[in-house]
Design a binder for this molecule. Structure first.
Ligand SMILES: NC(=O)c1ccc[n+]([C@@H]2O[C@H](COP(=O)([O-])OP(=O)(O)OC[C@H]3O[C@@H](n4cnc5c(N)ncnc54)[C@H](O)[C@@H]3O)[C@@H](O)[C@H]2O)c1
Length: 361
């Protein structure tokens, strides 16, 4: 029988657009996994219908007591937020960033995985072992929300906006230690720091100083520092040099989309927003957004959402179950069950069914 200690309370926030489709798919796969886990774990779901439709009804992206309610869950399974008609900065800050920032989910882990059966635009991907992970500083930097718009009184054409990046020694140090600790658990012990200190002589120079200092505490891990523009080129031309890539909020946001595109599709990319101290629940979500262009048509690739569920299981202390999910993903793509953006004809539901079948074989 199931032990109560292995039952986890999960808050599901599908959000908008394809978020709803991929979270429904992910839940189906997770429930099938739990059902076939011989009582290893169970998931107790609660659904929260927050997002742009909720905003249209209430003027808020989430309930006023939303954070208070969420804080007692073991984890949050999140889809995507954003829909035409609601400004993107309103929807993002009102829900996803509100959760990430208030729950101090300061480490955003975004693995770049190359799957069998998925064609990469990288020429050498087929005969090179490629596997790296982007570690994104998720609490400050360029997305600290510091700045303002002013001088409106000057009239049309005279407005001024300031958007300031905030780098703190504490913020830099904790994400870099996280990256080095992660590198120690990988086959290739290497951390590459992404910087732009040649042009940004304050925040990014502090970032570099902290990286050098932290690197000294990890003599067994190789460390290098690469300018963000050069790193963009390196993702394409020398990806075999990468293992853990640690970057600021904005840099990692852009680079991880590049990484997932190189692996074949944004729809494949998984991510974890972690509060490593576990003072608050962590949040697991596909990297992609709400994809209004394909929403509601059964075309969304659920693999990114299912990969995010695997990261959630690892965080909940169920690495064996996470491995089962990864194996099901690989079996599904290797069998050629692919959604349209990968050149296939499978629907979201076809892929979901194939994943569940793969779990049970
Ligand atoms: N974490 C988040 O909630 C998040 C992240 C990014 C963008 N957004 C929001 O999403 C909305 C749309 O933004 P966008 O178009 O720049 O990015 P997007 O990620 O939604 O879409 C980019 C492209 O990728 C495709 N795509 C995305 N997910 C896919 C999937 N699962 N399967 C197949 N194809 C997929 C889309 O069809 C589109 O062509 C905006 O409102 C934006 O603010 C939210």
């Amino acid at each position: 029988m199931m032990s109560a200690s292995r039952a986890f309370r999960i808050a599901a926030i599908p959000g908008d657009g394809v978020g709803k489709e991929v979270i429904a798919a992910g839940r189906e796969v997770l429930d099938a996994l739990a059902a076939s886990s011989a009582g290893a774990f169970a998931l107790d779901w609660q659904d929260f219908g927050w997002g742009c439709e909720y905003y249209a009804r209430t003027g808020q992206m989430m309930a006023a007591d939303g954070l208070e309610v969420l804080k007692d869950f073991d984890a949050i399974y999140f889809g995507a937020v954003g829909w035409p008609g609601v400004p993107d900065h309103v929807s993002l800050w009102g829900l996803r960033l509100a959760i990430c920032q208030n729950f101090d989910q300061w480490a955003n882990v975004r693995p770049v995985r190359f799957l069998p059966g998925v064609r990469s635009p990288l020429r050498r991907a087929d005969d090179t072992e490629l596997d790296w992970v982007v570690v994104r500083e998720n609490s400050e930097g360029e997305y600290a929300g510091a700045g303002g718009r002013n001088f409106a009184g000057r009239g049309p054409g005279g407005e001024v906006a300031v958007q300031t990046a905030v780098f703190t020694e504490v913020g830099c140090e904790r994400i870099m230690r996280f990256a080095f600790d992660l590198a120690r658990a990988r086959a290739r012990r290497k951390v590459s720091s992404v910087t732009k200190s040649n042009a940004q002589q304050y925040g990014m120079v502090l970032w570099d100083d902290v990286f050098r200092r932290v690197a000294r505490d990890y003599p067994d891990v190789q460390a290098d520092s690469v300018l963000v523009d050069a790193m963009a080129a390196k993702f394409v031309l020398r990806p075999e040099d990468l293992s853990v890539v640690v970057a600021s909020n904005l840099h990692a946001d852009i680079l991880s989309d590049l990484g997932s595109a190189l692996a074949g599709s944004l729809g494949l990319a998984a991510s974890a927003n972690l509060n490593p101290e576990r003072r608050f629940p962590s949040m697991f979500e596909p990297v992609h957004g709400s994809a209004p262009d394909i929403a509601g048509q059964g075309l969304a690739n659920p693999v990114g959402a299912v990969g995010s569920a695997a990261l959630m299981l690892e965080h909940l202390g169920l690495p064996g179950q996470a491995t089962r999910l990864h194996a099901a993903i690989e079996a599904t793509t290797a069998a050629g069950v692919l959604t349209r953006e990968l050149g296939g004809t499978a629907t979201t539901q076809d892929v979901t069914k194939a994943l569940i079948d793969a779990l049970n074989t």
